[in-house]
Design a protein around this ligand. Structure first.
Ligand SMILES: [Zn+2]
Length: 540
């Protein structure tokens, strides 16, 4: 052994014993560790996918300190009477940039969600430090991590939605913004490649930025360029980014969004399997509805929207341009094997809320006295010029949904924001996703066992992002937990009548404190900011 090797080995030994000192007492279950809360007589579904077992869980402060037989007592003890106790659910695909304004996040808590990842689909806070500080002050009820959004960074640096690559100086500025966000606590880079201005980015631009995220250990999460008949090209691009940047890849809300693409699920699954065999750490998330939701304006060609709404207005004023734009919209319909916009339902149009809940032909009849395709195109373009609307698109197939759900690396994520009760006609996923998963697909349809179902919402996302010692019911892990009786879970939220909270989450515990107790909100908001953190040790 050279002296350098010996020194290295000595340093390793000191480090290893320090780690052991830090971690061993947490793993002990001795009575010398006073618990603040003990949950007794639980059916523990611990997040790992292992068979459920009966036992108690002791918590001290924000940590789990013992699992199994707990021989000591605590000032607060709750008898769960054999109900399921699982780790709090982690929703890796949300859009909650306004969480500081709605810190109770009741729609998520009621679904059992205790940790959110926001900043998805390319859109995030630009100044991550300020965003996280603001949230710390607002004290949300749920934990929060954020990605840094490519569209946010590109719009900031390039000043608008330009269909050109960045100059070398612009790319350098974008890299600096991503680096700053990662330093300030972002967990990775997100893209939204159907949105402005990200849709104009070439793959090399994305690779360059993903490399910056990778340097801090961040992952790459993508709303891919295509979810239609061209989805395999889009997957290839996402995998290329992962390979060339050296990041894990998260395919956001995996789906096939039009009848023309529905037959592609086996090819998609085969490509993902091969990618993993080639060493790309690729996983995906999914919401459990066959409709998506995004802005209605995504039905208008990118080239028409480039530069913003005023540019769209100018183009529509030129007759030939106007005809080209309308032809582009018709062509998109045809490529999707559709004849009209019945599948698109207006969710929230602020200037005229009476349109909310109507599909595009219905809105066309209301506005133009006709539901002809021409009137439908006028309706969509008119709404876009008045600021745009969010919409629900009934474009997926149930068999596809089940094919993707069967994959062991599919997480359950809502793609939702915080819901403001009664506002608009939003997608029901924001009220029901996790509970619909458990009640419908697990309990009623028996597509998965409850242990595997819980793993998809807990340990799997915690490892992929990674979010530290969350996602398992184990000593030393953060005490985020949910308690429910599978038989009593229900979600009444529907597309026509979405504003119903999920029911059946009896207790929701965040960092050792009850955010919901006996089915009632406590008003306690114990959420934390979550930063990227690989697990210090393999789970015991
Ligand atoms: Zn998206």
């Amino acid at each position: 052994m050279s002296i350098v090797t010996i020194l290295r080995f000595a340093r390793f030994c000191i480090f290893a014993s320090a780690v052991a000192c830090l971690l061993l007492p947490r793993a002990m279950t001795g009575a010398e560790a006073p618990a603040t809360l003990i949950l007794r007589h639980a059916l523990i579904v611990d997040g790992s996918g292992a068979p459920a077992f009966r036992g108690d869980v002791a918590i001290r402060g924000d940590r789990i300190i013992a699992v199994g037989e707990v021989p000591f007592s605590a000032p607060t003890e709750v008898d769960l009477g054999g109900r399921i106790l699982a780790p709090g659910f982690i929703d890796v695909h949300t859009h909650v940039e306004d969480l500081a304004e709605v810190p109770q996040a009741e729609n998520f808590l009621r679904m059992g969600v205790t940790t959110l990842v926001t900043g998805n689909c390319g859109g995030s806070a630009l100044d991550v430090a300020a965003f996280l500080t603001e949230l710390e002050v607002a004290q949300p009820a749920v934990n929060l991590a954020t990605l840094i959004g490519h569209n946010t960074v590109r719009a900031q640096v390039m000043g608008g939605s330009f269909a050109r690559p960045p100059t070398a100086a612009e790319l350098e500025q974008m890299r600096a913004l991503v680096a700053a966000a990662m330093r300030d606590g972002a967990v990775g880079l997100s893209t939204g490649l159907i949105y402005l201005p990200g849709t104009f980015a070439r793959t090399d631009e994305i690779v360059a930025l993903a490399k910056v995220a990778a340097a801090s250990g961040g992952l790459y999460a993508s709303h891919m360029r295509y979810e239609n008949a061209r989805i395999l090209e889009a997957i290839e691009e996402a995998l290329q980014v992962g390979r060339e940047a050296g990041t894990a890849v998260q395919i956001s809300h995996i789906k096939l969004s039009s009848p023309a693409a529905w037959g592609l699920a086996p090819a998609v699954i085969a490509r993902l399997d091969r990618a993993r065999a080639e060493g790309v750490q690729v996983a995906h998330d999914q919401y459990l509805y066959t409709a998506s939701s995004t802005s209605l304006g995504t039905t208008i060609p990118d080239s028409a929207r480039a530069g913003g709404r005023e540019r769209l207005r100018e183009r529509l004023d030129i007759p030939e341009e106007r005809e080209r734009i309308r032809a582009g919209m018709r062509a998109t319909l045809e490529r999707g094997q559709r004849t009209d916009f019945t599948y698109a339902v207006i969710a929230n149009f602020a200037p005229d809320p009476t349109l909310n809940g109507l599909n595009v032909p219905e809105a066309a009849r209301r506005l133009h006295g006709s539901d002809s395709l021409d009137a439908q195109l006028d309706t969509i373009l008119g709404i876009e010029l008045q600021g745009g609307a969010s919409a629900v698109f009934h474009g997926m197939s149930e068999p596809n949904l089940r094919e993707f759900l069967a994959l062991p690396l599919t997480m359950i994520a809502s793609d939702s924001g915080t819901r403001r009760f009664g506002v608009g006609v939003p997608h029901p996923r924001g009220y029901g996703n996790n509970v619909r998963f458990l009640a419908h697909y697990v309990r009623d349809e028996r597509l998965l066992g409850v242990e595997e179902a819980v793993r998809r919402m807990t340990d799997l996302p915690a490892q992929q992002f990674p979010l530290g010692r969350r996602g398992l019911i184990r000593p030393g892990f953060i005490a985020d937990a949910v308690v429910f009786d599978l038989k009593r879970l229900s979600s009444a939220s529907t597309f026509r009548d979405p504003h119903h909270y999920a029911e059946g989450m009896d207790h929701v515990i965040v960092a050792g404190q009850f955010a919901i107790r006996d089915g009632a909100l406590t008003g306690v908001r114990p959420g934390r900011i979550v930063r990227r953190e690989p697990r210090a040790l393999p789970a015991p």
